[in-house]
Design a protein around this ligand. Structure first.
Ligand code: SF4
Ligand SMILES: [Zn+2]
Ligand SMILES: [Zn+2]
Length: 321
């Protein structure tokens, strides 16, 4: 029920709500998965992408503590804080995560939440804390909001809502990036809300090569993040550039930010016409100023069993990598 994940900033994912969300984003990748599986997906609600809860995925026998701590993404195949999801169901998910955060006798897991409805998240989480008489949230819980760029007003609104979550562990996912996000401007009004609590920016291109993508959007968003109060307010701000579209020479395999113009050649002599567009995920292949993959949470090695410990990363490190 808690599965290993390919998402580079997680080790596992846990989807107690299966596949389901009422938002209807045109570029939703999660909706396509049960549609592709057809009848081999046993849950009709998942197939129809309805908001629902798999209660069996909350049972202790299906949520055993691991020998080594995991970094678990919660409900990345839908929206936990969907307006159609009753609060008692959200509370059950938070209760189940709580049990694994500090289980007796073993290392606890880190839980990484991500939502497009930080307004509902803030309200539901505060109600859950009241209902369970919890004065604070666990240090190992991280709450993120997806902001796609291109709409600074919407981004400002989402940031205010995210800052309504009573946690010092907030993060932003700008993925897939759809335009510039001037982060040094959108947060001017946020000073009262302690924007330094937003401690991580994850940024990445859409998997689909047909979707518009411009490396300049990434560069300007990263630069504005480093210039703006989010990073300035607290040098603990981290940055993780997840994936970028670049052009690769098929001969020498070097990556370029853009395809050489007609008639131009790679330094190895290969014509620019032969170049291929590639989704690049390893920082060592990124342009040097964007080759930053720092996380605020310790990410155990996904392949071996030895924890790698905290990755490097304060704003100073990010500048020099
Ligand atoms: S909010 Fe997320 S899960 Fe829901 S439709 Fe949009 S992309 Fe899909
Ligand atoms: Zn289901
Ligand atoms: Zn070449």
């Amino acid at each position: 029920m808690i599965h290993p994940s390919n998402i580079p900033y997680l080790t596992h994912t846990w989807n107690p709500g299966g596949f389901g969300c009422s938002r209807g984003c045109a570029t939703c990748w999660a909706r396509k998965i049960p549609a592709r599986m057809g009848r081999s997906c046993p849950c009709p609600d998942c197939r129809e992408f309805k908001v629902h809860l798999h209660r069996e995925r909350l049972l202790p026998e299906n949520m055993k503590p691991a020998r080594l701590p995991r970094v678990i993404g919660v409900q990345f195949t839908g929206e936990l804080f969907d307006p159609q999801r009753p609060y008692p169901d959200i509370f059950k998910v938070l209760d189940a995560a709580w049990r694994l955060t500090s289980p007796p006798g073993v290392c606890g897991d880190t839980f990484v939440f991500l939502t497009q409805r930080p307004d509902i998240a803030a309200d539901a989480i505060k109600e859950w804390m009241d209902a369970r008489s919890r004065p604070s949230l666990p240090d190992r819980w991280w709450f993120g909001a997806t902001i796609k760029g291109g709409d600074a007003d919407q981004a400002a609104c989402d940031l205010v809502n995210l800052l309504g979550i009573p946690s010092d562990n907030l993060w932003l996912s700008v993925e897939p990036i759809q335009g510039e996000l001037p982060m040094d401007r959108v947060d001017e009004s946020l000073a009262q809300l302690d924007p330094g609590r937003i401690r991580l920016l994850v940024i990445g291109a859409d998997n689909n090569p047909a979707q518009p993508f411009d490396l300049a959007w990434v560069r300007s968003t990263v630069q504005s993040y480093r210039r703006g109060p989010l990073a300035k307010a607290d040098l603990r701000a981290y940055l993780f550039v997840k994936q970028l579209w670049q052009w690769q020479c098929p001969n020498c395999e070097r990556y370029f930010e853009s395809r050489p113009a007609d008639g131009e050649r790679c330094t190895c002599g290969t014509s620019g016409l032969a170049f291929r567009k590639r989704l690049v995920k390893h920082a060592c292949d990124f342009p040097p100023d964007l080759a930053v993959q720092n996380l605020p949470w310790p990410l155990p090695d996904k392949t071996g069993n030895s924890p790698r410990g905290p990755l490097r990363g304060d704003a100073e490190d990010a500048e020099v990598q």
